[in-house]
Design a protein around this ligand. Structure first.
Ligand SMILES: [Ca+2]
Length: 445
């Protein structure tokens, strides 16, 4: 009997190992908490001095923070759409052909019981059908959290869980409950250090919806009022995330869960006189929070340049289900595990055909082809981008170097928008120009 058992052991182990190689099953649950338009610093755990996010702060206290995470770009003012599509595909939005599996398909093939509940507008909803359950719509994070909590109760312990929480908060019109609105008084909220009443030149997107959610020129009252609502809505997001965390604890699943907390795009709230996500400043459309926490993830704080959509291969890596081949996105697991400091030397971002940017660890160049304008910032000395060095004679070599890198990179990504156009328009811009143009348009209509 002893010999037989030994032989059986010898036979069984290799077969199990082969099965594991063919279709690795998840080692952990994965919970993806995606806020809508969450700014890159807007959680207590990230050092924000005003916003209150106690549930996420506790969850992420020993998490791994990526300080320099960005959306690659957008071909539409609704930056949510390409961003969420890139999360689902792991491919750049400039990529023309993709035969690689979506995140939902990978999750399904790995054997997770999966659900997504969240906003359906500006979201690649067709890709959500591959989750076991997708409950779209709603403008209240509580409803989305309820859907996930019900799913946890049904499936916990039976299969590994993949939960994708994607509510509308804190996107405008900012939604919260009274307890959170009361927490933030506009008079107590400072203006951004780089606040301006209006943006000093035409970046190609001065009249879009987001820029018109407050009157222009901006005032202290209007901007701090919007910030108060934004913080209230972020705290409400936190409360609902806390309910999901509690449900996992009650189901005995918390310690076995990898959490990813992120925003789908950034947002200007008075910085440079801007309000939306249609610009490439650090507090603009592309810079987002990205934090991982859970088993096997050390506490960390990284300056590595990464893309948001890299969360797709990263979660596959961390959960042990294998990373699909052929993705533009790279797994960040080697950075998280301390095996390498970075996955990219520089980072490219794009907005429609009017803005392009490239940055490295220190320097950032933004190019506005349609008005033939370039900005250069030293992000180490000037993280709020208040001191444009482009016109300084000593910047010439750096501008030449970064422009060449930008040109090379945009071609690598298959980006067809040139860095120079034949007939650039005047850069001049001020709020009265918008009013006059709006009036003319209204008269024409
Ligand atoms: Ca968004």
């Amino acid at each position: 009997m002893k010999i037989l058992n030994t032989l059986a052991h010898l036979v069984v182990v290799p077969l199990t190992a082969l099965c594991a190689l063919a279709a690795p099953s998840p080692k952990y649950n994965v919970v993806f908490l995606l806020a809508d338009d969450l700014r890159p610093d807007c959680l207590g755990v990230l050092g924000h001095s005003i916003v209150k996010t106690p549930n996420l702060d506790k969850l992420l206290a020993n998490g791994f923070i990526f300080r320099n995470a960005y959306v690659l770009g957008a071909n539409t003012g609704a930056v949510c759409t390409p961003s969420r599509t890139m999360i689902q595909t792991g491919q750049s939005y400039l990529c023309k052909n993709s035969s690689t599996p979506t995140l939902a398909q990978t999750v399904k093939a790995a054997g997770f019981a999966s659900i997504r509940s969240g906003k359906s507008d500006n979201n690649p909803t067709k890709m959500d059908v591959d989750f076991d359950r997708h409950v779209d719509g709603g403008t209240d994070a509580k409803v989305n959290a309820d859907n996930l909590i019900e799913f946890i109760k049904e499936h916990a312990g039976k299969k590994p869980l993949f939960l994708y929480f994607a509510p509308h908060e804190p996107h405008d019109p900012q939604h919260a409950t009274e307890e959170f609105y009361r927490m933030y008084k506009p008079a107590d909220i400072p203006l951004p250090v780089n606040f301006l009443p209006f943006h000093p030149f035409d970046n190609g997107e001065m009249r879009i919806r987001d820029e018109r959610t407050l009157p222009s020129p901006r005032t202290r009252e209007s901007v701090t009022g919007k910030l108060a609502r934004y913080y209230a809505s972020t705290s409400y997001f936190d409360q609902q995330a806390g309910r999901i965390i509690d449900a996992l604890k009650q189901a005995g699943q918390f310690d076995n869960t990898i959490f990813i907390v992120a925003g789908d795009n950034g947002l200007s709230l008075g910085e440079h006189g801007l309000l939306g996500k249609q610009n490439l400043y650090e507090f603009g459309g592309m810079h987002v929070p990205l934090i991982f926490a859970g088993p096997g993830i050390p506490k960390g704080d990284s300056q590595a340049l990464v893309y948001l959509f890299e969360l797709y291969p990263t979660l596959c890596d961390l959960a042990g289900v294998g990373v699909p081949a052929g993705l533009d996105a790279k797994s960040l697991a080697p950075v998280i595990k301390g095996e390498q400091p970075k996955v990219r030397d520089y980072l490219f971002t794009a907005y429609k055909d009017c803005q392009r940017s490239i940055r490295d660890d220190r320097w950032k160049l933004i190019r506005y082809p349609l008005i033939n304008k370039t900005q250069l910032f030293d992000l180490q000395a000037d993280p709020h981008e208040m001191n444009d060095l482009a016109d300084k004679p000593e910047s010439a070599d750096k501008i030449k170097e970064l422009t060449a890198l930008l040109e090379k990179t945009r071609k690598e990504y298959g980006d067809n928008a040139p860095l120079n156009v034949a007939n650039p328009t005047p850069a001049e811009w001020n709020p009265s120009l918008v009013k006059n143009k709006s009036k003319k348009k209204a008269e024409a209509e």
